[in-house]
Design a binder for this molecule. Structure first.
Ligand code: MSP
Length: 635
């Protein structure tokens, strides 16, 4: 029986709406969680929101709400986002939950009883953005390196946690467990920080300055420092101290975070656990930052990328695939929509999408949808089988080491191998000459596709399930496990294979001319548009128009100015140059969208749009089948 697996995301601050950075960490945790489920492990996946502290109070004030109203609202946004991204978390914790607050107080009491808390006067450099004190040497040019702001000097009496006491123990723990913090660059960063004497941690805020927090169990005039409170979520959510979940999952805990919060997780948290007499977490997995235009995403720069918008335009699985394929776990990555579209078209529409659709088409064409048995395999078949089975082992190792992009590259190597195998074996030729070989080849293609779909499930659960469903393999809504696909040929379709529409439609890229002075804007559009309701269709005022006049517009290579009678006479500008001459248009009847917002094109106001069909360079006007009075309604 494999070991259980417990994965956590950071609990996000509720002072900003979720963006792709939050989505990335949560999708990584989801991919890992699903991967361990695929291997047959019992798993637990935790995410949630961090709701106390100065920052939250400031944001609540800005939005004119009480802290409680404010945190309820934003926390809800996070909670509602995750199902839309197909996140399979088992629990969503909020630091304002009563159970969490009780656990924090219990741990504070324990740490205090152990003699690790003392009261002292302190003056320090405090960054409100980070909600922590900085030492001089941590600042860059006197500023917080994360927020580029000068910290405030704050002097007040507070409670302190004797973190310094655990410095040697922590160095030793990290040295003895080389994969405790990974990738290595972050382990080295923590070790290098620990070369200097570790200072004690200020763990309280006086209620006179901040009341939105968890009251200290030993002094009700103070609330708990937000980081001391937040980190404890990882154990309060699974029932510390004597819940079944804690006992079962905590020894197998893995945290996912980005590099911004390495210090609290790599230093404060292990010391807190040690002081409270609790076992240390197993791994800290640290990733880099998604940047936009080579800089940080920020509200003030207006470059915050919304996961929901991307998902709406490109589809959820394409978005998930892109995030995991384009970032090397541990390093920063630059986000661009062009790169996303490139990946969708090349990897998803071309390679994977084509493989699925051509395979299913062949099973239908040659075997009426029923998967044939294999005859005696030849060298090429054995080679494909070996690559597919090897892939499972390579994939397992890569996934356990957070090398997600490499796991995807390995899957795509096999996808391209099957595509080449199909081209070389040419089943369409075998269909005419050698039915036995045809069965063997189709069998090998489908078996490999089965493995590919199983390995893709953590990354693109919806699409993988669709493929398995089309292969007739979906078992009561459960995706195939690794053991199912390792047994080559064992898992057989129980129903006929299904031919279905393209899994990943190509994204068209249209170069649109931008407004004057601005860079041209790229418009991308899915071929498969979302449906519109009949009510929406009825909003369109479509009419028959008779063209009265047509003339060129000076300076325009494309546009003609038409005078069209649609019940009233109006000017409509249309891109017909090169397709129709000015002389041949008057008298023609056309279809006009009459209630399109007026727009000025080359200085001429156009009131409506003439409809035409387009095929590459060819453009043909749409016309009624017989003369109709101008202004006739089209419905
Ligand atoms: N509340 C704390 C975490 C407490 S955990 C006990 C916090 N919250 S946060 O909302 O600021 O989230 C920070 C985390 O969001 C990062 O560690 C990372 O997981 C994710 N990201 C935020 N911006 C990001 C990028 N631009 N790129 C990648 N991930 C980023 O810190």
């Amino acid at each position: 029986m494999s070991e259980p697996f417990y994965v956590t995301t950071p609990i996000y601050y509720v002072n900003a709406e979720p963006h792709i950075g939050h989505a990335y960490s949560t999708i990584v945790a989801d991919v890992l969680n699903r991967f361990y489920r695929l291997t047959g492990c019992k798993t637990f996946f935790l995410t949630g929101t961090d709701e106390h502290g100065d920052k939250i109070v400031a944001s609540a004030e800005k939005s004119g709400q009480t802290p409680k109203e404010y945190v309820d609202r934003i926390s809800h946004l996070f909670r509602m986002l995750w199902p839309k991204l197909n996140i399979s978390n088992d629990y969503f914790i909020r630091t304002t939950d009563q159970n969490h607050k009780d656990t924090v107080r219990r741990i504070l009491s324990k740490v205090n009883e152990n003699g690790d808390i003392y009261f002292s006067d302190y003056e320090g450099l405090y960054c409100v953005g980070c909600e922590r004190f900085y030492t001089q040497r941590e600042l860059v040019d006197g500023k917080c390196p994360d927020h580029q702001t000068e910290p405030e000097v704050i002097g007040e009496a507070n409670y302190f946690f004797r973190m310094s006491k655990y410095q040697d123990w922590l160095i030793d723990h990290i040295n003895r467990h080389p994969d405790f913090i990974r990738p290595e660059r972050y382990r080295n960063e923590v070790l290098s920080f620990l070369k200097e004497p570790l200072e004690d941690l200020c763990i309280s805020r006086p209620k006179s300055r901040l009341s939105w927090g968890i009251t200290l169990p030993f002094d009700e005039n103070f609330v708990t420092y937000v980081w001391f409170d937040a980190l404890i979520n990882y154990i309060s959510a699974i029932g510390f101290p004597d819940g079944e979940g804690f006992e079962k999952f905590w020894p197998f805990s893995q945290h996912i975070i980005a590099k911004d919060i390495l210090k609290p997780h790599g230093i404060y948290w292990p010391c807190m656990l040690k002081s409270a007499g609790i076992e240390i977490y197993q791994h800290l997995n640290v990733h880099g930052y998604w940047n936009v235009n080579e800089g940080k995403m920020s509200k003030s720069l207006g470059n915050v990328v919304s996961p929901l918008q991307l998902m709406d335009v490109y589809g959820l699985d394409a978005f998930r695939y892109f995030l995991l394929r384009d970032m090397v776990f541990g390093l920063d990555s630059e986000f661009s929509e062009e790169a996303l579209v490139g990946r969708i078209n090349a990897d998803l529409a071309n390679d994977l999408g084509n493989l699925v659709s051509r395979s299913l088409t062949m099973v239908h064409k040659y075997f009426k949808g029923k998967l044939p048995d294999s005859g005696a395999p030849e060298e090429a078949d054995k080679d494909l089988k070996e690559s597919a089975l090897d892939l499972i082992d390579r994939y397992e190792t890569l996934m356990k080491n957070q090398a997600f992009h490499k796991a995807l590259i390995a899957i795509w190597e096999v996808i391209s191998k099957v595509n080449k195998y199909i081209d070389t074996m040419a089943p369409w030729v075998l269909a005419k000459s050698d039915c036995d070989r045809l069965s063997t080849v189709i069998f090998h293609i489908v078996e490999t596709l089965k493995i590919v779909s199983a390995l893709l499930w953590p990354f693109m659960p919806g699409s993988a399930e669709k493929i398995q469903d089309q292969l007739g393999l979906a078992k009561k809504g459960e995706a195939l496990k690794l053991d199912d696909v390792r047994a080559w040929g064992k898992e057989r379709a129980e129903k006929p294979l299904v031919k279905a529409p393209a899994l990943f439609p190509r994204i068209e890229e249209k170069g649109l001319k931008g407004e004057a002075g601005k860079a041209p804007r790229k418009e991308t559009r899915k071929k498969e548009e979302p449906m519109i309701s009949f009510k929406e269709f009825q909003k369109m005022d479509l009419r028959i128009g008779t063209i009265r006049e047509a003339e060129a517009i000076p300076g325009s290579k494309k546009l003609l100015k038409l005078t069209v009678d649609v019940g009233d006479e109006r000017t409509v500008v249309a891109g017909l140059v090169g397709h129709y001459s000015e002389a041949e248009l008057p008298g023609k009847q056309v279809l006009v969208l009459a209630n399109l917002e007026p727009v000025k094109l080359m200085g001429v106001e156009s009131r409506g749009m003439v409809l035409a069909a387009e095929d590459g360079d060819d453009v043909r006007l749409l016309m009624p089948d017989g003369n109709m009075p101008p202004g006739s309604i089209v419905k």
